[in-house]
Design a protein around this ligand. Structure first.
Ligand code: MN
Length: 296
């Protein structure tokens, strides 16, 4: 696996010590059920990131100058997703202890449990914002409690402060759980019919925020490169608007981008993921710049 730094930025802008943001590649693929290939996601995102323009035309700055470090890919285990999440938990809690905001690159969605656990330890009132086509609320899948299809259910064992957007595929078991546990879900169908959905999502968020982005939350016209592409997904600009408003309102603790299963010769999906990460870092780093100016 070729190892490069995210955005291909100079060493002076990407040292660990001076970078508030760190990219953590986790090429884990253990429980995926349909289309495979998410183990190649982190590398495809980092490779595509080298084509992302460093000047952000919306923010009118070169956001990378705040400092973004790329870590070497985390070790993966063949002992199942629970063991993998323990490794991720240990790694991410160290990053939080070093006051880093990390962006974990999956891998399959099962990897999001470990970092949320680490973030909750430091920020007990954390809210988890999920972008996804699937609810991922099964209480286990194919005898696996820590399956990608159960990741939000495991996260809800830790905190019930979750908000999900773009959801358009779940089982009757999940449907009943959503009703009984009153899970906050903005389904893709509701979003499509409601022009005020972005502000309604933001109204549900406050304080410390973790964002988990399963790329299949996007419409498959934008991201066909996932294991289970579902029609009727999220689009680029509304998603950015939601991210910008959510990050402006909350304290972004960390985030992940998962489930890219690259298609050979098709780079639009890899590029979207790479640029999406740069937008999130840009929105968040704007606040750091503003805080610095205010402090002066
Ligand atoms: Mn998912």
């Amino acid at each position: 696996m070729t190892l490069q730094n995210y955005l291909g930025i100079p060493e002076e802008d990407s040292r660990y010590e001076t970078s508030p943001y760190v990219i953590l590649p986790v090429p884990y693929e253990g429980t995926v059920t349909y289309g495979a290939g998410t183990a190649y996601g982190p590398n495809a995102i980092i490779e595509a990131s080298r084509e992302v323009e460093l000047f952000d035309d919306e923010l009118e700055v070169e956001s990378y100058k705040v400092g973004i470090h790329t870590l070497t890919p985390l070790e993966t285990t063949s002992h199942g997703p629970e063991a993998q999440n323990e490794i991720i938990y240990q790694r991410t809690r160290k990053l939080l202890a070093d006051n880093k905001t990390f962006c974990m690159l999956g891998g399959e969605h099962s990897v999001s449990y470990g970092p949320v656990r680490a973030c909750l330890e430091k920020y007990p009132n954390l809210t988890v914002l999920q972008f996804d086509a699937h609810a991922d609320l099964r209480d286990g899948y194919l005898n696996q409690k820590f399956s990608h299809a159960a990741v939000m259910r495991r996260i809800r064992d830790l905190t019930e402060k979750t908000v999900s957007v773009g959801i358009r595929n779940y089982s009757i078991e999940e449907h009943e759980y959503i009703k009984s546990a009153k899970v906050k879900i903005f389904s893709a169908r509701d979003i499509h019919a409601n022009p005020r959905w972005i502000d309604e999502v933001v109204a549900q968020l406050s304080g410390d925020l973790y964002i988990t982005i399963d790329l299949d939350g996007f419409d498959p016209s934008l991201i066909p490169a996932t294991g289970t592409p579902e029609p009727g997904g999220l689009l680029w600009y509304p998603t950015l608007e939601l991210l910008r408003k959510a990050i402006a309102k909350c304290n972004l603790v960390s985030f992940d981008v998962v489930e890219l299963a690259p298609i050979e010769g098709y780079h639009a999906a890899d590029f979207l993921a790479a640029k999406l990460i740069y937008k999130i870092i840009g929105y968040d780093s704007q606040k750091r710049i503003t805080a610095r100016i205010t402090a002066d």
